[in-house]
Design a binder for this molecule. Sequence first.
Ligand code: DAK
Length: 263
Amino acid sequence: MADHEFRCIRYEIRDETAWITVNRPEKLNALDRRTMEELGRAADEAAADPGVRVVVVTGAGEKAFVAGADIREMSTLDAREGEAFARFLQDTLDRLERLGKPVVAAVNGYALGGGCELAMACHVRIAADTARFGQPEVNLGLIPGAGGTQRLQRIVGRGRALDLILSGETIDAAEAHRIGLVNRVVPAADLQRTVEAFAALLRAKSPTAQARALEAILSGGEVAQPEAMRTEAAMFGLCFATADMREGTAAFLEKRKAAFPGK
Ligand code: DAK
């Protein structure tokens, strides 16, 4: 177990899974600058650690995943500082999304504003039935500044993203599931267990294939389809150079379970 010099998050490794827990429950895990810096460092650490196969992001306590960027801290910024802060938040969440291993959000409560943006930077979202989602920035005279105007429309479609961002309304977990914002909803008491089981499922698969699938999907989503197809073909080709691919195909032909070497 590792828990280095982090103050606002907990970083723990269990069963080759890095659990990153935003740990300011008294402020509903609101993201201040220090918390975001620590999140970025944790993402880099999980990316670099060969002992980490899956990353889970969650919030401390039972009430909130993350209730947004820290409103008190943001309230004093001027326009130039606001733009710089947005770039800093965007860069941090990009590092999480791009860390090359599956990242799962275990959404245990409010996921509002920057919290919803954090969840959307994760690859799969599993929510407690008590969770609530939204981009309520318009209530503060703000807009989403940590990728929310972009990731939300890519996940749920432009019409639903416009609805949520322009109204600032929040939705419950069932509605978030209905519109495709979350992948699964489970009773709050089952969230930990469900995420652990899903992480175990992810760990049983080929990490090299997962890394290349992430690259093809994330890069492909940013460019025109013909270029994305070339990236997919390149990633597909690279799989043929891996021991994982030899093992996976051999195991299928020998009617046994694959044991991926991860290279
Ligand atoms: N920031 C700071 N403190 C927060 C907070 C937040 N986002 N959310 C909650 N807290 C604090 C509360 O102030 C309170 O602290 P004390 O007063 O006890 O010191 C404590 O957490 C407990 O909260 P409540 O007493 O309010 O708890 P309730 O159960 O009554 O209400 C709530 C829960 C989630 C409905 C309520 O706390 C709430 O509405 N919170 C704000 C939710 C929100 O608006 N979130 C979006 C934040 S804006 C940008 C970059 C990023 C973003 C925008 C721009 N640029 C760089 C330009 C993103 C913006 C956001 O995320």
